[in-house]
Design a protein. Structure first.
Length: 332
C-alpha cells in the first residue's frame, strides 16, 4: 500500500483544539498568560484614553457653557471677568506656529545627523556623537528653559537684527527692537529639544536599510549620496515620519521651556520676531495655579483642544504611511 496516497482523517476533538492552539501560539500556559496580559494591556490603554477624553469633554462643556465669547475665535482670556470671556484663537495660532518653526528647523538637521552617523562618520567618531545625542534627549525641560532664558534669548538680538535688516520687508521677519522673546526663539528652543528624538529614531531606521541594496548600488557605480538617495531614504521614510511625529508631539505639549522663554500676550503678531501669542501648554502651566474653579475648567477645555490636535496629527501620520506602500519599507 502506498502510504503517500492513504487518506488520513483530519484530527478531531482535543487533538484538533491542541493543533489550533499550537498554530496560535497558545498551547502552553505561559503563552496563554502572556496573551491575556497583552490583550488586557491593550484594552486598558483604550479605557484610559476614553476616560481622559470623557473627563476633558465634561469639564470643557462646563466652561464653554459659561463662556460669553466665542471659544474658537475670541482673542482674549479673562476667566475672572463677570461674565467670563475667553477663547483659544491666539493659543492655537501660537502652538501651531511654534511647532511648525521647530519642525522646519529640526527635521532636516536631524536627518542629516542620522545619515552622517550611519553612513559617513567613522565608528570611533559616531559612537561619542550618538552618546551625546542620547544625553541631550534626557535633559529635563526646565533645564532647556533656563538655558534658553539665560543664554539663548540674550544672544538672539544679533540674529533678529540681521533678519530684520535683510528680510524685514517680508513682514514675517520684521523686528521692532524689543526683547527677543518671540515665536522664533521658542521655535529654535523647541527644535533643539526635539532634535535628539528625531535623530535617534532616524538613525536606528537607517541602520536597518538592506545592506545588499546598498552594495548592489555601489557595484553599479553609484556614489555614496546616490546610494543614500535611492536605497536608504526610501526605506527609512516611514521611520523619519514616525520620528517627526514623536518630535512634534513633544513640541506641541512643551510647557516649562516655552513659559520660561516666551513673553505671551493675547495678540496675533504677523512677525515671528515680535513678542506675542502663546501656546496651549504654556498657558495651562502659567495660569493653572492661580485659576478659580471656572478658570480651571476653561484651561481643561483648551487642553481638550490640544488633545484633539495631537490625535489628528498622529492619525494623519499613520494615514500617510498606510497610503503609500513603499513608505513601509516592506518591499525594500
Amino acid at each position: 500500500m502506498d502510504i503517500s496516497t492513504t487518506d488520513v482523517p483530519p484530527p478531531t476533538g482535543r487533538a484538533a483544539a491542541r493543533r489550533a492552539d499550537t498554530a496560535r501560539g497558545t498551547s502552553r500556559t505561559g503563552d496563554r498568560v502572556f496573551l491575556a496580559l497583552s490583550r488586557g494591556s491593550g484594552i486598558l490603554l483604550l479605557v484610559i484614553m476614553a476616560a481622559i477624553a470623557v473627563f476633558l469633554t465634561y469639564r470643557a462643556s462646563l466652561a464653554i457653557s459659561a463662556d460669553h465669547g466665542n471659544f474658537l475665535t475670541t482673542f482674549e482670556w479673562n476667566t475672572n471677568a463677570s461674565p467670563p470671556v475667553f477663547g483659544i484663537a491666539v493659543l492655537a495660532f501660537g502652538t501651531v506656529v511654534s511647532s511648525v518653526v521647530a519642525m522646519a528647523l529640526a527635521v532636516p538637521v536631524a536627518v542629516a545627523i542620522a545619515l552622517f552617523l550611519t553612513h559617513y562618520a567613522p565608528r570611533r567618531l559616531s559612537g561619542p556623537i550618538a552618546y551625546v545625542i542620547d544625553l541631550l534627549a534626557a535633559v529635563p525641560s526646565i533645564v532647556y528653559g533656563l538655558w534658553g532664558a539665560l543664554i539663548l534669548v540674550p544672544h538672539m538680538q544679533g540674529l533678529y537684527g540681521w533678519l530684520n535688516e535683510f528680510f524685514g520687508w517680508t513682514g514675517v521677519l520684521a523686528w521692532n527692537g524689543g526683547a527677543p522673546r518671540a515665536m522664533l526663539t521658542v521655535g529654535i528652543l523647541l527644535a533643539i529639544m526635539i532634535l535628539p528624538i528625531i535623530t535617534n529614531v532616524s538613525r536606528e531606521v537607517f541602520r536597518q536599510a538592506p545592506r545588499m541594496h546598498e552594495e548592489a548600488a555601489l557595484a553599479l557605480g553609484a556614489t555614496r549620496w546616490e546610494v543614500i538617495r535611492m536605497a536608504v531614504l526610501p526605506f527609512g521614510r516611514s521611520g523619519v515620519i514616525s520620528a517627526s511625529m514623536l518630535g512634534l508631539g513633544r513640541a506641541l505639549g512643551e510647557t516649562m521651556a516655552v513659559a520660561t522663554v516666551l513673553s505671551p500676550s493675547y495678540e496675533i503678531q504677523a512677525s515671528l520676531l515680535d513678542p506675542g501669542g502663546g501656546t496651549f501648554a504654556q498657558n495651562i502651566a502659567s495660569k493653572f495655579g492661580e485659576a478659580t474653579e471656572q478658570g480651571r475648567d476653561a484651561l481643561i477645555a483648551s487642553g481638550l483642544v490640544l488633545f484633539v490636535i495631537t490625535l489628528l496629527v498622529n492619525g494623519a501620520a499613520r494615514a500617510i504611511i498606510a497610503r503609500r506602500k513603499e513608505y513601509s519599507g516592506a518591499n525594500a
